[in-house]
Structure formats: structure tokens, C-alpha cells
Design a binder for this molecule. Structure first.
Ligand code: PLP
Length: 427
């Protein structure tokens, strides 16, 4: 039997693969790779050394710092290079908790943060800190009033991400920053997914600490940045040498610091045009999927959402099987965040927005990027209904639904606003 799906599967091997997992990582830009290669070849010195080669490396490092600072609208001495976004999150949260524990031991975060923050909070709980995990609404938004109520006299830190890596929801960080400033509580925001996608100005957001990662920004993996407001003292995470103004030990990754700076510069130069282009592609994708595949919903907010993110739940099937079939058809997508995709537990973010586990299991994240074309979206819109149809044909749940033994949680048209079990809105 040669169905359309079989035909598409046969054709796929001759076609270019489509990369739809830019929230997991982005391929370094050619210009960035060239710059890294040049620095590694021409400037291998240690920036701490007292001779010409060292001074040259130090000059490049400081140039990179100044460039990142200028892009973020902050001072160069407020920029610290780290090894990744995870280190920046760990340093911000643990460093603040340890430095301020004399004033209180209460921390606030949300249930849908990245594990780099959530697991750090759990580690601090084991040390005796108390953590309040704020619930989010069904679109993934933190409610500022709830935050205000959760702040206590012994609260020392609030950590709320700027944009979610799974469902793309953009938090009201400006308001959150105001609340923290008024309450004299340190505010950290994980902006790993936000930088390069939406405007990010830590000072305008009353943010004291902000984390970034190079590999979400078309720079290599293994470089991150922590913005730390001037005058704020937090404990070190890495003890060692006197690098990074005595606040982070470890010989600096000069080439990758410059890679981060150049990638940031490239992203910011084109931010407005590219984010509009991606938003258009994203909306074409969302509309096309919801219209073509029954019993499907969009997860996250329809407007307060990253320009590159679409996250769907397809009822009656498993995200993993969707990924496998899509992979064979030539697509790289994700069923959750990169860190949870190896586990079969439903994503904590989808459960956090109140989604029943059976729907959360059938979720797919599609994140587009700088090189994504309209043609790739249209190719996907041909393939995805075939994939879902095939998997549903093999699904015992779908068979039960067809026999009338099981009710659908997501209506056929998907885009209707219906409440299930008190709190779960279908978009
Ligand atoms: N925070 C968010 C929101 C992320 O999406 C990621 C990566 O997936 C990280 C932190 C961790 O960054 P890195 O991979 O550079 O450690």
C-alpha cells in the first residue's frame, strides 16, 4: 500500500533536513565561527599574563565585555562571562542566597522555570532555605499580585524567567522587577531564551541579575553571561584565581567571549526585522496545524509568546512517536525542553500550566530560527497531518474514542475556549 505518507517518507531522504529545534540550540553563525577560529589561531595568550600575548587576549576579552554591555544597555563591569546559562543561573541564585542569608532565607520562583533554576532552588532547600514556587496560569503567566502576596520580610530573592523555553510564554518581568524593587528584594531573571528574540534591557526591568547563554544565540555551546548590577555583592560560585574581577575563578574563554559578543551584536542589529519575520512564520505554522489536525491545541499564550515558538498538544498519541516519525521525514523537533526530552515523564512546564498528563504526553515543540523559510513551514504543514493520522490509527486510545468509549479532552476544532477540570483553557 503506497499511501501519501509512504511516498513522503521515500522522498525525505533526498530532501534537505529541516531544523525546528532552535530553543534547544542554534548552529553558530558563519561569521562567529570565523572570528573564533581567528582568535584561537592569532591570540592564544592567557588574559592574566603580563606580556604582550596576555595583554592582547585581555584586550579582546574586554572588547567583548564592552560590546555585550552596550547591547544590553549596562556597564562593562556589570558583565561576567561564565561557561553556560546553567552556570549563570546557579551563580545568581546560590550566590545571592549565600550572601544574603543573614537577612532571611526565603526565596521565590515559579513552577515552570528551567531546571537550571528549579534544581538550584531544590539544592538550597536541602541547605535549609525555604522556597515558594508560584503557580502560573493556564497560559504560563506568573500573576504579579500573587508574587506581591508571597513576598515576606525574610524574602531575599525572586527568580522568574523572562521567557519560557518550552511554551514560549513571555513573563511580565517589568512589573515583577518593580514589585521586587519596592520590596527591596533582589530580582534575577533567566533570559536565556529571550536574548536575540525580544528586546532585553535589564536596567529598564529593574533586574539585578540576568542570565544568558551563547548557544541559543548562534554562538557556540560553552559560553554564558551573567549580568550583575553594579554594587550588588553575591558569593562566588567558582573559587580559584582572580579572574572576572576576583568574582569567578577560571581562565577566561577569550574566543568564545568574543563569539558571544559578536553573536549578540548580529542578533540585536536585526532584532526588529527578524522577530517580525519569525512571528509571521510562527503564526502561519500555528494556524496551519490547528486547522489541519483535529483535537489539537496550542500551548502557551497566543500573543505574549516568543516569535520562534510553537508548542502543540495532539490528543491520543505520544510526543516521542511524533518525534521519531518526523525525524524519519527529515525534521528535528522536540517533545519538551532539551533536558527533559530523554525522560518519559510529562514536562513539568505543561503540568505546571494545569494540563492533564494524558494531553501533555502528546506534545510537540517546534522552534524556528534565522534560516527557517516559508517553504519549510509549508512542507511541515503537509507532513504533520499525515504523521498524526498514522499514529492515531495505531493508538488504542484513539480506537476507544472512535468507538465512543472515551471522550476527547480537546475538541475537534481545537481553537475553542473550553474549561476542563476547573482551570485548563483550550486556546
Ligand atoms: N535557561 C533556559 C531558559 C534554557 O532554555 C536553557 C537551555 O536550554 C538554560 C537555562 C541552560 O543553558 P545552557 O544550556 O547554556 O546551560
Amino acid at each position: 500500500m503506497d499511501t501519501l505518507l509512504e511516498k513522503r517518507l521515500q522522498e525525505a531522504s533526498g530532501k534537505k533536513r529541516v531544523y525546528f529545534d532552535h530553543a534547544a540550540t542554534t548552529a553558530p553563525a558563519d561569521e562567529v565561527i570565523d572570528l573564533v577560529t581567528e582568535i584561537l589561531r592569532q591570540h592564544p595568550g592567557n588574559p592574566s599574563s603580563f606580556y604582550r600575548e596576555g595583554h592582547q587576549a585581555a584586550r579582546i576579552l574586554e572588547e567583548a565585555r564592552a560590546s555585550v554591555a552596550s547591547g544590553l544597555g549596562v556597564l562593562p563591569e556589570e558583565i561576567f562571562f561564565t561557561s553556560c546559562g546553567t552556570e549563570s543561573d546557579n551563580w545568581a541564585v546560590k550566590g545571592t542566597a549565600h550572601a544574603r542569608q543573614g537577612r532571611g532565607r526565603h526565596l521565590i520562583t515559579s513552577t515552570i522555570e528551567h531546571h537550571a533554576v528549579l534544581h538550584t532552588m531544590e539544592a538550597l532547600e536541602k541547605e535549609g532555605f525555604e522556597v515558594t514556587y508560584l503557580d502560573v496560569d493556564d497560559k504560563g503567566l506568573v500573576e504579579p499580585d500573587q508574587l506581591e502576596k508571597a513576598i515576606r520580610p525574610d524574602t531575599i530573592l525572586v527568580s522568574i524567567m523572562m521567557a519560557n523555553n518550552e511554551i514560549g510564554t513571555i513573563q511580565p518581568v517589568g512589573r515583577i522587577g518593580e514589585i521586587c524593587r519596592e520590596a527591596n528584594v533582589i530580582f534575577h531573571s533567566d533570559a536565556v531564551q529571550a536574548l536575540g528574540a525580544i528586546p532585553v534591557k535589564p536596567r529598564d526591568l529593574n533586574c539585578d541579575l540576568m542570565s544568558f547563554s551563547g548557544h541559543k544565540l548562534y554562538a557556540p555551546k560553552g559560553i554564558g553571561v551573567l549580568f550583575k548590577r553594579k554594587g550588588l555583592r553575591i558569593d562566588r560560585l567558582l573559587d580559584g584565581g582572580a579572574q572576572e574581577r576576583r568574582q569567578r575563578g577560571g581562565t577566561e574563554n577569550v574566543a568564545y567571549a568574543m563569539a558571544f559578543a559578536r553573536a549578540c551584536e548580529l542578533a540585536l542589529k536585526d532584532l526588529d526585522r527578524e522577530s517580525k519575520r519569525q512571528t509571521k512564520l510562527r503564526d502561519r505554522l500555528i494556524k496551519g496545524v490547528i486547522e489541519a489536525v483535529p483535537h489539537t491545541k496550542l500551548n502557551g499564550h497566543s500573543e505574549l509568546r516568543l516569535p520562534n515558538n510553537a508548542n502543540f498538544s495532539f490528543e491520543f498519541i505520544e510526543g516521542e512517536s511524533i518525534l521519531l516519525l518526523l525525524d524519519t521525514l527529515g525534521y528535528a523537533c522536540s517533545s519538551g525542553s532539551a533536558c527533559t526530552s530523554a525522560s518519559l515523564d510529562p514536562s513539568h512546564v505543561l503540568l505546571g500550566i494545569g494540563m492533564p498528563a494524558e494531553i501533555a504526553h502528546g506534545s510537540l515543540r517546534v522552534t524556528i530560527g534565522r534560516k527557517t523559510s516559508e517553504g519549510e513551514i509549508d512542507r511541515f504543514l503537509i507532513d504533520i497531518p499525515l504523521v498524526i493520522e498514522r499514529l492515531r490509527d495505531m493508538s488504542p486510545l484513539y480506537a476507544d474514542f472512535r468507538k465512543g468509549k472515551l471522550e476527547a479532552l480537546i475538541p475537534p476544532e481545537g481553537g475553542v475556549d473550553v474549561r476542563i477540570d476547573g482551570g485548563y483553557d483550550l486556546v
